[in-house]
Design a protein around this ligand. Structure first.
Ligand code: ATP
Ligand code: NMN
Length: 295
């Protein structure tokens, strides 16, 4: 099954996000992008409302480079209102980290999981817009990041722990793990990918349940991208649950500090300032076409 999504700038694009694993690996060349330019048109078909849900698997590789390692999948939960180059860079920084500290894990895929509308955070565009923007961003700039709309189409807000459970059910339950050359399958390690600010919210009262933090940090694991203004190492030391599960928590240093925030991007749009080079062009065109973030 395919979701046809039509670009505002006069092209329609077919995003094959609902096909069975196609054998693409994240190292494939840009020519292998699962994206096809079709005919000129101006309407946008919104995936969440117009298509039945299917878990996206089209960028899962068919084999590992080193089968002695554990296949790792990173899941970034967030507003993505709108998605920026920094959100995408988080995955690349994590990739460099696991290439460098790659004894245990082989990073095989990444997912963006845009939060449900019921989260009601200020500046949150409707979920179908955020999902579409994330799809435009990943399909045009990456070969290994996918967008899962599941969280955004649920009837209520989903906490992060149940979202990771959903990924576990799909990847290790239904798909059954990563196929190996022996014919066996190896369970995927699923980790939350988050910025330092999100991790610091673990310490705020009544934001995260302790049992959820044990499940996220102990059961799954977390890759944390440093963010300017947050001292992740200090926080790791001071937070009891984070410290308890510190071996399952990986901190990635930002070697080039980049503090693009969606809040600032929304402000720039309101002030009619340029947002070029802060987010992918197809996302900028979508924002303009849909008149997003003007008020
Ligand atoms: N500059 C950054 N450095 C590191 N991590 C970041 C940065 N910007 C966002 N993130 C991380 O990206 C994830 C998704 O972010 P989200 O869209 O919820 O927040 P945001 O980009 O800060 O948006 P907003 O400005 O609307 O709060 C979170 O884990 C957040 O910590
Ligand atoms: N208790 C929880 O599971 C919990 C609490 C706060 C934020 N979150 C998640 O963190 C992500 C980012 O949230 P903020 O944009 O508020 O930082 C969202 O996906 C949100 O669902 C989860």
């Amino acid at each position: 099954m395919t979701a046809v999504q039509e670009f505002p700038e006069g092209h329609s694009t077919q995003i094959l996000s609902h096909t069975a694993p196609s054998g693409l690996s994240r190292n494939n060349s840009p020519e292998s992008f699962v994206i096809t330019t079709l005919t000129a048109t101006t309407t946008v078909t919104n995936l969440p409302s117009s298509q039945p849900y299917q878990f996206p698997v089209h960028r899962l590789p068919t084999h590992m480079q080193d089968e002695s390692k554990t296949p790792l999948v990173l899941v970034a939960c967030g507003s993505f209102s709108p998605v920026t180059y920094l959100h995408l860079r988080m995955f690349e920084m994590a990739q460099d980290y696991y290439d460098e500290h790659g004894e245990e894990y082989e990073l095989v895929a990444g997912y963006l999981s845009p939060v449900n509308d019921c989260y009601q955070k200020q500046g949150l565009a409707a979920a179908h817009h955020r999902v579409t923007m994330c799809q435009l961003a990943t399909e045009t700039t990456s070969t290994w990041i996918m967008v899962d709309p599941w969280e955004s189409i649920q009837p209520a807000y989903q906490r992060t722990a149940p979202v990771l459970d959903h990924f576990n059910e799909q990847l290790n339950g239904l798909i059954g793990g990563m196929p190996l050359s022996t014919g066996e399958r190896k369970p995927f390690k699923i980790m939350l990918l988050a910025g330092g600010d999100l991790i610091q919210s673990f310490g705020e009262p009544n934001v995260w349940a302790s049992k959820d933090l044990h499940r996220i940090l102990g059961g799954y694991g977390c890759t944390i991208i440093e963010r300017t203004g947050t001292d992740v190492y200090d926080f790791l030391l001071s937070h009891d649950i984070l410290f308890e599960h510190r071996r399952n928590v990986h901190v990635v240093k930002q070697l080039i500090y980049n503090d693009i925030s969606s809040t600032k991007v929304r402000l720039f749009i309101r002030r009619k300032m340029s947002i070029k080079y802060l987010l992918p062009d197809p996302v900028i065109r979508y924002i303009t076409d849909q008149n997003l973030y003007l008020s």
